[in-house]
Every structure is written in structure tokens, then in C-alpha cells.
Design a protein around this ligand. Structure first.
Ligand code: DGL
Length: 275
């Protein structure tokens, strides 16, 4: 059995491209259609209802591109809109929360877990629920870090400022390090080294995006939906709702190379889905 339809992946912006990269690395023959809602970012400070509506519009757009599954690469959308999407659309749809939670408990002795994310993700309690579903006796501490996304998007390199902000947010984790810390936002893996330096090498830092790419492979393999037809590498198409300032710089940071096959979708077109 072979299914040559593309995998749909979306995020509030460009951060989810790191998930595309992880999928490309472990599933090089799969075609991918990515959507980054750059015109309406950030999702992290918006209401759940708004994020659900945006996520449903994007999913309808991706379905029109004939995707075989949808990966919600955005932690915020995964936290507040995943169930809404799963009940509305009839293809496999996965988010990054459950794979991230499972990866945080990879070491069986883990009892203390930290989670950092946007205000919406932390406020939703989604990571706490996913972790407790695996082990209800866990000690879980969460912290929203709203300044980190703009800091990374702006490409700030000043290590003293970065460390000062991280020290403020991570104060409790530094004083009493958890065994695992979930980097519950598309952007945070870009500060992995700085966070690891502050918390020490014993803390397992979990990139939910990478963990999710493994789950994509498991689902497609189990459901016999892998693409065996393309002898060559898969094709990757990128759609965005705007070209923001520093677009090239930011997207290159997330993909590690310039974006090709890049198209802009007018917001009015996107909004017409499910209107
Ligand atoms: N993609 C979002 C997330 O992972 C971060 C950016 C935003 O707030 O939209 O939560």
C-alpha cells in the first residue's frame, strides 16, 4: 500500500517549519504542504475561540490540497484547538502536546517535570493533562514565557539580555531543577543551549516538534499510508498569509536554508473557508 498524498503541517507562523525539517529528516520521501499564519501571529496571546477558528480555516485549506494527515505544529493551537479539529475533519490530525509529554517521560524514573510555553498553552493546562494521563503522580510545574517568541523572531543575539530574561522566567526551575523540561513552543528549541546551561546538563530538554515527527512516522506506517511511490525526495510547498519583516532571516533560521516553493495566500481567501 502506498499513499502519495502530502502531509499537511501548520503553525501560527514560521516556527513550525522546524517540525517540517524533523519530518523531512525521518521521512525524506514524503511530500509536505506547510501553512504558516504569519498575518495573524501570535496565537499565544489570543482567545481559544479565535485560535480554533483560525486553525479550522487552515485545516480546510490543507484538505483542499489533498493532505492525508494534518500535524498541528503550533503548541498553542494543539493546546486549544486539536479536539475541535479532530471532531470536524475526517483524517488523522495530531498535535505536539501528547508526543512532547510522552518524550518528557522517556526516562522511567522521571517524577518531576517542568513545562514552558506561551500564555495560552500554559493557561490551557493541556500539557499537565497529557502528563497526568501517563502518570497521575507526577509533580508538574509550568511557566509561561511570553517574551521569548518576539526575542527569537527579532534574532536577538545579546547573550546577557537573553540570560537575564531566561533567569527571570526559569527562576524556580534553576533553584530546583526538574528531571525533564518540555520546551512547549515552536520557538524555544532555538534557546536550547542557553536553557541547558542555566539548568545544568542533568535536565532532559524536550523538543515537542521532534517527538511529533516520530509519531507521524508511526501513524503513517501503522495505517499503511507512507509514500512508496516517489523514488526521489518528497516535494515541500510552503504557504504563508503574509511576508513579515525579516521573513527570509526568520524562515532560514527555522529551516536551515532558504524556503523554496513559497506562496502567499490572501487573508480574505483563507477567511472564506468555513465562513
Ligand atoms: N507557534 C506558537 C506556539 O508554539 C508560538 C508563536 C505564537 O504565539 O503564535 O505556541
Amino acid at each position: 500500500m502506498s499513499d502519495s498524498r502530502p502531509i499537511g503541517i501548520f503553525d501560527s507562523g514560521l516556527g513550525g517549519i522546524s517540525v517540517v525539517k524533523a519530518v523531512m529528516d525521518i521521512l525524506p520521501h514524503e511530500h509536505v504542504v506547510y501553512f504558516g499564519d504569519t498575518a495573524r501571529l501570535p496565537y499565544g496571546s489570543k482567545s481559544p475561540e479565535t485560535v480554533q477558528r483560525f486553525s479550522a480555516q487552515i485545516s480546510a485549506f490543507l484538505l483542499e490540497k489533498n493532505v492525508k494527515m494534518i500535524v498541528v505544529a503550533c503548541n498553542t493551537a494543539s493546546a486549544v484547538a486539536l479536539k475541535h479539529l479532530q471532531s470536524r475533519f475526517d483524517i488523522p490530525i495530531i498535535g505536539v502536546i501528547e508526543p512532547g509529554a510522552a518524550a518528557a517521560l522517556h526516562r522511567p524514573e522521571t517524577l518531576r517535570v517542568g513545562v514552558i510555553g506561551t500564555t495560552s498553552t500554559i493557561g490551557s493546562g493541556a500539557y499537565t493533562r497529557a502528563l497526568k494521563a501517563i502518570n497521575k503522580n507526577l509533580n508538574i510545574q509550568t511557566q509561561s514565557c511570553p517574551l521569548l517568541v518576539p526575542l527569537i523572531e527579532e534574532g536577538w543575539q545579546d547573550i546577557q539580555i537573553i540570560n537575564a530574561i531566561l533567569r527571570t522566567y526559569l527562576h524556580d526551575f534553576i533553584a530546583n531543577p526538574p528531571q525533564s523540561l518540555i520546551l512547549g513552543c515552536t520557538h524555544y528549541p532555538y534557546l536550547k543551549n542557553e536553557i541547558q546551561n542555566l539548568l545544568g546538563s542533568d535536565v532532559l530538554l524536550v523538543d515537542s516538534g521532534n517527538a511529533t515527527a516520530d509519531v507521524v512516522k508511526t501513524i503513517l506506517t501503522r495505517q499503511e499510508m507512507l509514500n512508496h511511490e516517489s523514488g526521489d525526495l518528497g516535494m515541500h510547498q510552503f504557504y504563508v498569509s503574509d511576508f513579515p519583516q525579516k521573513f527570509a532571516e526568520i524562515s532560514e533560521r527555522f529551516l536551515g536554508k532558504p524556503l523554496e516553493n513559497l506562496f502567499r495566500v490572501e487573508l480574505e481567501v483563507l477567511e472564506s473557508y468555513l465562513a
